[in-house]
Ligand binder design. Sequence first.
Ligand code: NOJ
Length: 500
Amino acid sequence: MKLGIAVGYLIVDRLLSLAGQIACQSFPPEFRFGVATSSYQIEGAWNKKIKGENIWDHLLHTRPEFVADRSNGDVACDSYHLWEQDLDLIAEMGVDFYRFSINWPRLLPNGFANKISADGRRYYGDLISGLRARGIAPVVTLYHWELPQSLQDLGGWANPLSVEWFADYARVVFSLYADQVDTWLTINEAIYVCEPSYRDIVAPGLVNEVGALLCSKYILLAHAAAYRIYEEEFKPKYGGEVSIANHEFWFEPKTDEDLDITVLARDYAFTRFSYPIYSAEGGWPPLLEAFMEEKSKSEGYPRSKLPAFTPEEIELVKGSYDFFGLNHYSSRTVRAALPGEEYGAFSADGFDEIGAILESRPEWASESGQDWLTVHPEGIRNLLNRIKQQYGDIKIMITENGFTDLDGDLNDIGRIEYFESYLEQVLLAINGDKVNVVGYTAWSLLDNFEWTSGYQSHFGMHAVDFSDPRRPRTPKASARYFKSVARARSLDVGNFTAAN
Ligand code: NOJ
């Protein structure tokens, strides 16, 4: 089987590198373009009315040193107050949809579904109807890392009851807005909810490798519970679609010797959160499951640290999707760690668990100013092909892709080049490889609070002046570029690499 996987890697890579197809510059007419944000990163108004505290509010109020510039999302882009300006910017870009998230404790102040905040309900209601009035479809993420602190105090995602808490919350949101929203994402980047959060890297800032693995199971069950609620109670009436937005890097072996560790690393980081949903068999990826069982035993645990699914749970999670949601930014090489080797920053998200070292190639170096964001556009095409190879000809929606810089320049040539080169590869995947990619979401509409990088990392197509209490927004060159692409549904939009 291992040899089969290795040969598979080589064949796919060789086939793709033949690059036989002439790049067609146009996207299919039904292809959808959108832009994205998330609530903690833009909303501010962290304690407005009866809003409860979420885990980021709590972490950054108690441990501000978590963020490079000791900033937080208390005010951020102030989109709580300035949402209409945001909607006008989106409308001006001419995109098809806006992906945003609901701040769980803004709607349910204590996390539980017994009390719905009138203010939260009004805020998201206005946002959704404001989008629709402008002809923009809302794409709503239920969880972009805003767990109510009250639920974290009860164990958060490591508590099996988190499945119920999330299901109750999802039902409230669907009941309020399913008549106006057609596309839903349950969880944003399960890997980041479960790994760096239990390695003291992001909120809630815990250290517990077992917690990371418990979380993996319960977050998948929570996703599936929400999916099934929609499927049974709302889909017959409204016919919308629900999925999860998983993050994946393109992983490739550093050398031909590193094929096995690459497959394991891929299982550990990504397939862990996709195989249970998209594979025909369901359950944990078999290689990872066997590895974790063995490793847990060798560490003296009475059972695997990666908790088993029951047969009923396997069935519940399997098939809980209407499309594959993919967040993608960058690529990594993988190799086995040498005895006693330190795990660098790239490998901090739990790769010590499997003994893998992640690195980059010199030719992928970028001007992003963020070590993690190396640029390798072919990675997205490879990945799209691999998803099709692994799970069949399913619909794939790119739920995030984007580029950061540190200077925040309005003439953001690096971002335009990134979008152009990645979109070219998406087109090759669609037109050349016949992968069923149905949409592309650019991250992000605005410069915003970039988690532990604070306001120093700029992903936005619009600059925000964070020193001005009115938080004025200014379009960058990339906003004009993306508008042209979205309107023409083509990359043939002339030269945007100079300010114009
Ligand atoms: C993915 C996350 O979903 C988003 O919140 C973040 O800002 C971008 N990556 C860029 O790091």
